[in-house]
Design a protein around this ligand. Structure first.
Ligand code: HPA
Length: 237
């Protein structure tokens, strides 16, 4: 039962899907971490795979960049493929002095400059929040791994390149933990369709001092986040 953007069969997906932005990362996760994995989508090269992690069926599919892309894949997965839990594993920027490159951050709620949730929420402010149990499970895993973790408010933006100094000052004033381009939309769709979602990100850019991870560093720090997401997926009921 293909959708406009996913050409997979009804039972190809697990009810838990890990979602990086980048299709190359989806392939990397599937090949490195999943046993008996098969590719189940390649439409628009938005690659998807299903396999087993410690005997649990898990799927991984990329969601592309930005809310319009991520939200349509999440919607089709929930409505047409019976997916119940989404774990976004992405990269993000930060403005905070107490957060460094490579840190793992978890999005409890996501503010945004996007109108995506407003359009669906009668032009009011929807509070885009993570599933509470999924936050607790991820934090439990991270603590066992003895990795630093910070849980807080993200800002999901439609514009990666933004030199609006006033807006950056406001984000700092409100103690925004991280900036990404998808989470508020993913949380909005999950709420609307009664699914659960969590966004875990690795800090790849420090916006105030201009530091950013090299591609090698991105890959190494990404591995921690993949392990966190996979081990958390084992705890999800
Ligand atoms: N802004 C928005 N999204 C991002 C960033 C950023 O600085 N880094 C990685 N994803």
């Amino acid at each position: 039962m293909p959708t406009p953007h996913i050409d997979s069969k009804k039972n190809d997906f697990s009810d838990i899907v890990l979602m990086p932005g980048d299709p190359v990362r989806a392939k990397y996760i599937a090949e490195k971490y999943l046993d008996d994995c098969i590719q189940i989508n390649k439409t628009r090269l938005m690659l998807a795979y299903t396999g087993f992690f410690k005997n649990k069926k898990i799927s991984v599919m990329s969601h592309g960049i930005g809310i319009p892309s991520a939200s349509l894949y999440v919607r089709e997965l929930i409505l047409e493929y019976n997916v119940k839990k989404i774990i976004r594993i992405g990269t993000c920027g930060t403005l905070r002095d107490d957060i460094s490159l490579r840190d793992v951050v978890i999005c409890m709620g996501a503010s945004t400059d996007s109108k995506f949730n407003r359009i669906k929420f009668n032009n009011h402010d929807f509070s885009a929040i993570a599933d509470f149990d999924m936050i607790c499970q991820a934090v439990e895993v991270i603590k066992k791994m003895k990795i630093k973790v910070c849980v807080g408010n993200f800002f999901t933006t439609d514009s990666f390149y933004n030199d609006d100094k006033k807006m950056l000052d406001i984000l700092k004033k409100y103690n925004i933990l991280a900036i990404d381009m998808e989470t508020s939309g993913i949380y909005g769709v999950a709420a609307e369709l009664k699914a659960k979602a969590l966004s875990i990100c690795t800090v790849s850019d420090h916006i105030l001092n201009g530091e950013s991870l090299s591609s090698k560093d991105r890959e190494l720090s990404f591995n921690n986040m993949i392990k966190i997401a996979l081990e958390s997926a084992l705890l999800i009921k």
